[in-house]
Design a protein around this ligand. Structure first.
Ligand SMILES: C[S@@+](CC[C@H](N)C(=O)[O-])C[C@H]1O[C@@H](n2cnc3c(N)ncnc32)[C@H](O)[C@@H]1O
Length: 238
């Protein structure tokens, strides 16, 4: 187990793994992400509601959005921008591989009879004959892509834009990057190991972390998980 911990602490090459779909399409995580998107008071998955309203106002005026405008939103999530822009009359396309978010966005569009074409797909694989006045990718998604993927996305934008069309990306500035500090945090949380650990391994972790040992069954704090039961009698172990 400690070898595994050492392994996960090794630094991979930058962009060696593309794990976006693990984060956004997993059954459990995507539910949590959707609730973050829809919480207008925080900017975790999306920006705060008031900021989005101001951003959309700015987009409409900066890119002269009207009923003739066709806009595609890469990584549209639950449609916080597509919905607002469609309400302003724009012809919207939203692409996202999170089924949960797309379903939510579709429901809103159907309820309000908005002109939005939602596509549940990896945007790196998105192909279309349609042409757009504006392509957008909001909440720094562009930064999560490898240099090769960024090149692919920019070529795609170039292909699907009408002559004179625009690209809208928000990205982290170098100043923001300089301010970041790299950290790692660890916590003794039994539920992480709930199906993996023997009692001996749990005891070892506790000894190394100098945390108190609980006798008897170790129950996970995760509401849906089963208790962690030692695979061998405690007496033999200590
Ligand atoms: C940080 S969220 C931003 C959502 C939205 N743009 C907003 O600001 O409310 C990123 C979104 O991009 C989607 N996404 C990330 N990578 C993707 C990919 N390769 N293909 C399709 N969707 C992707 C995620 O499912 C998620 O909904």
């Amino acid at each position: 187990m400690f070898e595994e911990i050492e392994l996960i602490n090794q630094r991979p090459e930058p962009f060696k793994f593309y794990t976006a779909s693990d984060l956004w399409t997993d059954e459990h995580t995507s539910a949590q992400m959707l609730s973050f998107h829809l919480n207008e008071a925080i900017d975790v998955s999306s920006r705060k509601g008031e900021f989005i309203n101001r951003s959309v106002e700015w987009i409409v005026s900066r890119f002269n959005i009207d009923r003739d405008s066709a806009i595609v939103d890469f990584g549209c999530g639950p449609g916080l921008y597509t919905t607002r822009l469609a309400r302003q009359g724009a012809n919207m396309t939203g692409i996202d591989f999170s089924g949960r978010s797309i379903e939510y966005a579709k429901e809103i569009a159907a309820r309000e009879q908005l002109n939005i074409n939602y596509v549940k797909q990896n945007y790196l694989e998105f192909i279309t004959e349609d042409r757009f006045n504006l392509t957008m990718m909001i909440m720094c998604d562009f930064c999560a892509l490898s240099p090769i993927q960024r090149k692919e996305v920019l070529s795609k934008f170039h292909r699907i834009l009408k002559p004179g069309g625009s690209v809208l990306l928000d990205v982290y500035s170098l100043a923001a990057f300089e301010k970041r500090e790299e950290t790692a945090a660890y916590e003794a949380r039994f539920q992480l190991y709930r199906y993996l650990c023997t009692a001996a391994e749990i005891r070892l972790i506790q000894l190394r972390q100098n945390t108190p040992y609980m006798h008897g069954r170790l129950h996970s704090r995760h509401p849906t998980s089963r208790p962690v039961l030692p695979r061998q009698p405690l007496l033999r172990l200590f």
